[in-house]
Design a protein around this ligand. Structure first.
Ligand code: HAX
Length: 441
């Protein structure tokens, strides 16, 4: 076995034994009650999943294995001459629960380089789609085409012992993460650069090589990709992309099928597609006002117009967070360091001043603060990546790190098929009238 696989196995065996003990001793303990509103309104606040890789606090934001984003920016290994964390390091941390050293990260970089081959039929499948197809659709179709490579699917078909599920899920996860930058860069170059593709550079780290294959050699953009791939990787287990990957994986669908399902969820405008919606909204705002850097009052008027049309303000609000997203703040810091005078970046900062009080005044929005998607597009545009329909693919490549590390844990724990109970309105009414008390069976 590989070094990382051995390490994971060692940790997973210990944790799985601990979980077994916890369930034996405390399995009947209650951790909450479910209200009718929660049943009807997206199950907010119901604790119903175990996800090892990260934990979200409504006030503080995300912590990956206990570490906040600023802590990770300090503690995770960097590229030579760089100051942003390498996403390889975050993956290592999420997977084995320990901070990696430089050597661990270099090892992971070379493992992913080695496993990054994408078979030709995947490119042919992408080419079969009209070039106008949304990049997220191309991405999902390509992941599905890659499913021919699943070791889990092959081994399961040949007859696999339950105890060994984790191992081929681990191998598929590593292969898939290694291959995604090549697939995503191919889609980018096909759609926006006349199919003028760029070969990988075996000397670069995972995110740096991704930037290179998309055609961005600027060191600033490579640093941005390292930060971007780190901060978008995981947001505990209940968000749509993570939960979907976990849910589909619980049917023992292989990592390719599970991750593709998660990516279909990420492609929704209330989730990952919000990053494209934000920049589109800002471009429209600037065009309508004929002003490259609109001031706060102009923005306020435009926000009111958006709301009056029954639309959401993209990039603002969150189902769990109740403060400014630290992933937004990390990007503000990056902007201040690399492009403090960029008019689009300044517009994002002006929007940050204008939007929260308006959303607060509506009285119904639980979180008026910006999320990760409010900022990311402006940084990309600064380096010339204006093709905003592609942005969610970038998010998706990063999200693979978290959801696939979690999928390895799901199989290591031997989690069963996920199958919550649903009810009908008629049954709710009977229950309210005291005529039916049968729940859960
Ligand atoms: N603009 C306008 N109205 C908003 C709003 C926003 N940014 N955020 C919430 N609201 C509204 C909701 O639409 C809802 O209205 P109705 O009662 O009329 O249906 C009301 O406020 C209560 O919603 P909530 O409880 O505060 O928020 P939810 O948990 O239901 O939804 C969302 C969270 C992120 C979906 C929501 O805030 C939203 O639509 N934001 C804009 C889209 C966005 O930025 N999505 C990305 C989120 C982060 C992420 O997943 N990134 O990938």
């Amino acid at each position: 076995m590989g070094v990382i696989k051995d390490k994971f196995k060692e940790k997973a065996d210990a944790m799985a034994a601990e979980v077994k003990e916890i369930l034996k001793e405390h399995g009947d303990k209650k951790i909450g009650e479910v209200t009718l509103s929660q049943v009807y309104q997206g199950m907010r606040g119901i604790t119903g999943l175990v996800t090892e890789t990260s934990l979200l606090d409504a006030q503080e934001g995300i912590r990956f294995r206990g570490y906040s984003i600023p802590e990770l920016q300090q503690k995770l290994p960097k590229a030579t001459g760089g100051s942003e964390p390498l996403p390889e390091g975050l993956f290592y941390l999420m997977l084995v629960g320990e901070l990696p050293n430089d050597e661990d990260v270099q090892h992971l970089t070379s493992v992913w380089q080695r496993r990054s081959h994408v078979p030709n039929h995947v490119f042919a499948t992408i080419e079969a789609l009209p070039v106008t197809t949304h990049p997220m659709t191309q991405f999902v179709v390509a992941i599905m085409a890659l499913q021919t490579e699943s070791q889990f699917a092959k081994k399961y078909a040949a007859g696999l012992n339950k105890k060994d599920y984790w191992e081929s899920v681990f191998d598929d996860s590593m292969d898939l993460i290694a291959r995604l930058p090549r697939v995503a860069a191919y889609i980018y170059r096909r759609k926006y650069k006349k199919g003028d593709h760029i070969q990988p550079n075996g000397l670069l780290d995972w995110a740096g090589n991704f930037a290179h294959m998309m055609g961005y050699e600027n060191e600033g953009f490579q640093e941005l990709m390292r930060l971007y791939m780190t901060i978008h990787a995981d947001h505990e287990g209940g968000n749509v992309s993570a939960h979907t990957t976990h849910l589909v994986g619980s049917a023992l669908s292989d990592p390719y099928l599970s991750f593709a399902a998660g990516m279909n969820g990420l492609a929704g405008p209330l989730h990952g597609l919000a990053n494209q919606e934000v920049i589109k909204w800002i471009f429209e705002l600037r065009e309508e006002l004929g002003n490259e850097c609109p001031d706060k009052d102009q923005i306020i008027e435009y926000v009111k117009k958006t709301l009056s049309e029954g639309k959401v303000v993209p990039g603002y609000g969150h189902a769990v967070l109740r403060k400014t997203d630290p992933r937004f703040t990390a990007q503000v810091e990056f902007g201040k360091k690399h492009m403090p005078d960029d008019p689009l970046v300044k517009t994002v900062w002006n929007i940050y001043e204008a939007v929260p009080p308006i959303l607060q005044s509506l009285g119904k929005v639980k979180n008026p603060w910006p999320n990760v998607d409010a900022h990311s597009g402006a940084l990309l545009v600064h380096y010339g990546m204006k093709e905003y329909e592609f942005y969610t693919v970038l998010f998706g490549v990063s999200r693979a790190l978290g959801v696939l590390a979690s999928l390895c844990w799901d199989r290591a724990f031997g989690f069963p098929l996920e199958r919550p109970k649903s009810i009908t309105n008629a049954q709710v009414k009977l229950w309210l009238e005291g005529k039916d008390e049968i729940w859960g069976e």
